[in-house]
Design a protein around this ligand. Structure first.
Ligand code: DLL
Length: 433
């Protein structure tokens, strides 16, 4: 176990640690973040009202919209000179949600991902092949620092070029692969197509996350790649991958609760729910300096279980694997996509009717695909293939720049995608998760 003291801490010791950290973080955000000071003043809550972790429900919630409203650095709790790294994830209209890390935040995060890798059985004997994207996305660098902390041979491959990934997996004798579950399936299919038996690889395990995936998919990946597959969860706002990790237990993932305090709330009443009840997952960061967040609403649906884990005996609370969200965010090939981002692009192209579109999400084999159908505007209807193709290319190009992933664009005739009187169902998600 990477950090036995924390990972097997008694409930009362953990609550004491969480209480001390909560009292400290609330004071820090009140003193240093105008946004939180205003929010707490508005409900007449003083930092001294928070005396232990039991008081957490007195605190206000934070949403992605709040971060966007304070773009880019308005929720940072330290001066810019103390920030050594930023990451970002998509916001609902294309404005990024920016997160900043101090040196200690990066160390804490590496501790979380090192614990996560270790939970899956990784040691310094392992070769860890990382195919999550490196860049503003937290996947690549987040796991990278944990793998190095563990002392494993870390291979920062990043995404793309599957043939090269396969060559490196073989030549470097990777024992652990880290990527989205859909990319793992894609690699497995490529191996089959190329007639490369998995026995030519040295893979023992996969650390998969960044998107929802079912137990059926887990079983399939395990069989095709002859590995053990583990679920890793996280979100950039809270740090990145390693907020929680599965140990192989059926119920779910152990939360690094000395750093991130989880709650489950009812989506309608916003009241906290009991263990095993399903609702929206909310996190408070207990030790973060750069951008500490109080009761951040993840929109992910899960449940908590504080009972002892029979599988590994860790005492860290478990959260049920995440299979859905309470908002309309789509996760396509691991990339977060909001329908509103798509709409923004379409609205800015006069040759199409930006309000008349439909999004089709599907799975070709095991890889997500997205098609966007949009109506061409009346005065651009023409028989000339070249001009139609030009419009299509422009939409395709702008969409790729906004979303960071490719979408198939289909132009359809005006009035063929009528809006309904109530809510227009714009998304057809045919994937079975
Ligand atoms: O996806 C961080 C990450 C990278 C996690 C690599 C695991 C591995 P964001 O881009 O901010 O961060 O997206 C966060 O992705 O709120 C969930 O909806 C979804 N998500 C992440 N991990 C899982 C998972 C990264 N294991 C959003 N199962 C989250 C289901 C997941 N959904």
């Amino acid at each position: 176990m990477f950090n036995e003291k924390i990972e097997k801490m008694s409930r009362s010791e953990m609550e004491n640690l969480q209480s001390d950290r909560l009292v400290d973080v609330v004071k820090r955000v009140y003193d240093n973040v105008k946004y939180y000071r205003n929010k707490m003043d508005a409900i007449k809550l003083k930092p001294s009202d928070i005396k232990s972790i039991k008081d957490i429900s007195k605190l206000p919630y934070t949403t992605k919209q709040d971060l966007r409203d304070n773009y880019p650095f308005g929720t940072f709790a330290v001066p810019k000179k103390d920030i050594i790294r930023v990451h970002a994830s998509s916001g609902t209209t294309g404005k990024l949600t920016v997160v900043g890390y101090t040196k200690r935040d990066i160390d804490d995060w590496a501790e979380c991902t090192a614990r996560a890798l270790s939970m899956a059985g990784c040691t310094n004997e392992d070769v860890v092949h990382i195919s999550y994207g490196y860049g503003l996305f937290t996947g690549g660098l987040g796991i990278h620092y944990g793998a190095e902390k563990l002392g494993a041979m870390t291979v920062p491959v990043s995404t793309g070029n599957t043939m090269r990934q396969i060559t490196l997996l073989k030549d470097f004798e990777a024992s652990t692969i880290c990527c989205t579950p859909s990319y793992a399936m894609f690699i497995a299919e490529e191996l089959q197509k190329l007639n490369i038996p998995v026995s030519e690889l040295n893979l023992k395990r996969g650390i998969f996350g960044a998107e929802p995936w079912s137990i059926e998919m887990k079983n399939k990946i395990e069989k095709l790649l002859n590995i053990e597959a583990f679920d890793i969860y996280g979100l950039s706002e809270i740090s990145g991958p390693g907020v929680s990790m599965s140990c192989g237990d059926e119920f779910g993932l152990h939360v690094m609760e000395d750093f991130f305090y989880p709650e489950i709330i009812d989506v309608d009443t916003l009241e906290p729910l009991e263990d095993l009840q399903s609702g929206e997952l909310v996190f408070t960061t207990l030790n973060k300096q750069g951008i500490p967040l109080l009761r951040y609403r993840t929109r992910d649906i899960s449940a908590l279980d504080h009972s002892e884990c029979k599988h590994c005996k860790r005492t860290l609370v478990r959260m049920k694997r995440v299979c859905g969200r309470s908002d309309d965010m789509l996760i396509i090939r691991g990339v977060n996509v909001f329908p509103s981002q798509i709409e923004t692009v379409l609205m800015n192209i006069p040759e199409v009717i930006g309000s008349h579109y439909k999004i089709f999400v599907d799975r070709a084999g095991f890889l997500d695909t997205m098609e966007i159908q949009v109506e061409i505007s009346e005065n651009n209807v023409t028989d000339e293939v070249k001009s139609i193709e030009n419009i299509r290319h422009r939409v395709e190009h702008d969409m790729q720049s906004m979303l960071g992933i490719a979408a198939k664009i289909t132009l359809v005739s005006p009035n063929s995608l009528p809006l309904s009187e109530g809510k227009t169902a714009r998304i057809v998600d045919r994937r079975k998760i």
